[in-house]
Ligand binder design. Structure first.
Ligand code: ATP
Length: 193
């Protein structure tokens, strides 16, 4: 049986928004991946918390955003790892835990351009595939032609979690900027207000 192909989409998801969901769904349905796991990064204890919502609140919003969507899953794997967690270490944990799965990283071309600065970037590039989505004005640099890298033109929404948080703080509607279930929960919980 073919090994299950899992794409990992890491983020703070503070909160998750429609831009994230469009991208996750594109990668899950338009590429060779079987599933995309949205990996919620925990709060870095060495950074000031600022307006970062609690880990479980952000995870819950990602779960609400996904709902019954086929091929998408929320992952809390990094919550239980030493902080700050490096991608190479998270990958090792996942590989060990899910021996029948292959893991692929999903990232924007902006992140690809600075991948050489990551811990063990050479090992990541040697051992894992990377699916990159082009972000306007941010080319991936020379790694775009690396044999482990495939670049996709996915539909992009010009939207950030910062923008969503600002909307909420200023009392504006976030309808359509986040999935309906997320908008309802944000309203109910008062998060980011
Ligand atoms: P913030 O505004 O708080 O910095 P963000 O919207 O960039 O947040 P992150 O949680 O940092 O969200 O993003 C997770 C991943 O999603 C990152 O790899 C980021 O590059 C990517 N991403 C962010 N916004 C979009 C978007 N509109 N479309 C596609 N990918 C996005």
């Amino acid at each position: 049986m073919a090994r299950r192909q899992i794409g990992l989409f890491f983020g703070s998801f503070n909160p998750v928004h429609t831009g994230h969901m469009i991208l996750a769904n594109y990668m899950a349905t338009r590429t060779a991946l079987d599933e995309v796991w949205m990996v919620v990064s925990p709060q870095n204890p060495f950074k000031k918390a600022g307006s970062l919502a609690r880990d479980h609140d952000r995870l819950h919003l990602v779960e609400l955003a996904i709902g019954e969507t086929p091929r998408l899953k929320a992952s809390r794997v990094e919550f239980d790892l030493p902080k700050p967690s490096y991608t190479i270490d998270t990958l090792a944990v996942l590989r060990d835990k899910y021996r029948d799965y292959d893991f692929t990283l999903i990232m924007g071309s902006d992140n690809l351009a600075s991948l050489h600065k990551w811990k063990n970037a050479d090992i990541i590039l040697r051992d894992y595939r990377i699916q990159v989505y082009r972000r306007p004005g941010q080319e991936g640099g020379e790694l775009s032609t690396h044999p482990s890298v495939t670049v996709y033109d996915a539909p992009l929404m010009q939207l950030s979690a910062t923008y969503v948080r600002n909307c909420i703080r200023e009392g504006h509607s976030v309808r359509y900027l986040v999935p309906d279930a997320v908008a309802e929960e944000l309203e109910k919980s008062g998060l980011y207000r």
